[in-house]
Design a protein. Sequence first.
Length: 580
Amino acid sequence: MKKLLREEEKEERRKASFLIRKHGVDELFAIRKKIIEELKNIHEMEEKFRAKEVLSKIKRGEDTEKLFEEYKEFVDLSPPSNENIEVIEVHPVTKPFSYVRILYDSENHEHIYEVLEPALSMEERKLLDFLKDTLIKTMDIELTEFNEDEAREFLRKNVDRILKDYGVAIDDITREKIMYYIIRDFLGYGKIDVLMRDPMIEDISCDAAGVPIFIYHRNYESIKTNIMFQDDDELDSFVIQLAQKCGRHISIARPLLDATMPDGSRLQASLSREVSAMGSNFTVRRFREEPFTPTHLAEYGTISPEVAAYFWMAIEHGASAIIAGGTASGKTTTLNALSLFIPPQMKIISIEDTREINLPHPNWIASVTRETTAEAEESRIGMFELLKAALRQRPEYILVGEIRGEEAVVLFQAMATGHTVYSTMHADSIFSVVHRLEGDPINIPRIQLQALDIVVIQGLMRIGRKRVRRIKEIVEVVGLDPTTDDILTNEVFRWNPRKDSFEYFGKGRVMDRIAEYRNWTDKELNEEFNNRVDVIKWMIKNKVEHYVDVGNIIAAYYKDPEKVLERIRENADKISEPVL
């Protein structure tokens, strides 16, 4: 085709020379104009063929990164025009339609998280709005009835139908750009869809309309984005849509919402100016579909292999624990990771306000509280009711997302009657934990605190310029002093901030109880501990990180520890001696 067009161009030029000699300059200008128009048509046709080639490769799932270095009809990746802004990194989210670019503004000394998506002209924006409105009015089936691929195909067919019915002709590039936004808004999370797809983001915070959305990035901490809701109406509508995606309701009558999003992330939102002076706002706490495991925690330095082995033995033998720490210190993440040490056939019941715990255990009931309106308060089911119901189901392990009030009384009664319980709470030291448990509104009698075996204190620390999560100390509750009625404790592990390592202070009450229960000598206890440290180190070395894989290895160790250790030592180099 290209060759044919070039031959036609040569023929037209030959004719032009002939006409100049025969008719003069006036005819030349007429022919020149015709040639320019033909060249323009040639260029447009070449671009169209090249676009079709790219689009066909996109649909086949081929890698189009190199193609789009040459052909960037979808996203403009050109450097910022402001010389004070430096590009730190660029990575695709949904190739080739959405990218993330981290910028550094040397004038304001701040990082900026920039979302790059296809640019639409005014006419394309009007067409997109028309298609979205028409889809909402004409679709007679819920998209939730399809899986993701089927829903995409359903939307694509309906868009093609609408374009055909209304006689709208658009080129393939425009069609694909519009389809990206339709799929993003109908199946994804609209303006924040790219943020929800980026695994490096922990929190997404929208404070008000006209204010940039802020995120908490794993590498750059709290930074602002280039995403913003323009006015209150747009933000109000988006908050209502988020609530609907969660299967919940938010309104002026009930302007506060705490819910779980389809991907498991936690949503806290408020609507309009009923309880917020600046209008609607929302915060999304991101949820990993694949939860952290003890391998992850050890790799990131939150715990050491020895700390993991200690919890492995403690959890197997029914020691109850509370993980305490400040906001965003990683309490629930640690609770979920350590829960993988629960023996695989044990009956587990988890109780949470919003679903976060994710386990591979087959015998597991995940309970979630139910909120309701003030008019139907009797239909509300809180943690207290769920915990009472759980005790009637004879669980061997109970996991409670966070204790704040009256449910703690039932929790400690469960500990006292032989159930193994794990939970989290907000406190920054063992003394704060005791004061919170004894004070209002929890009011646990001091004598009942003896039922608790371990208190873990976790914090969000800073090492150099980097913020990290570390278990600061692990303390065992030994009992009560009969003379002073003080709580006796024993510190087992402490994090050394100078060395960023964990110091071990010798086996305590939990290990002594395990040795007594298993009828082990100190030598046998230490040998078992060291074996489990070896297993943890082997998983770290061999990148065994998926929670199902970690759960399988732990289950295999419970069934036949000698066989697991034999296979590990056959396939691993000599591992350094553990601390015990």
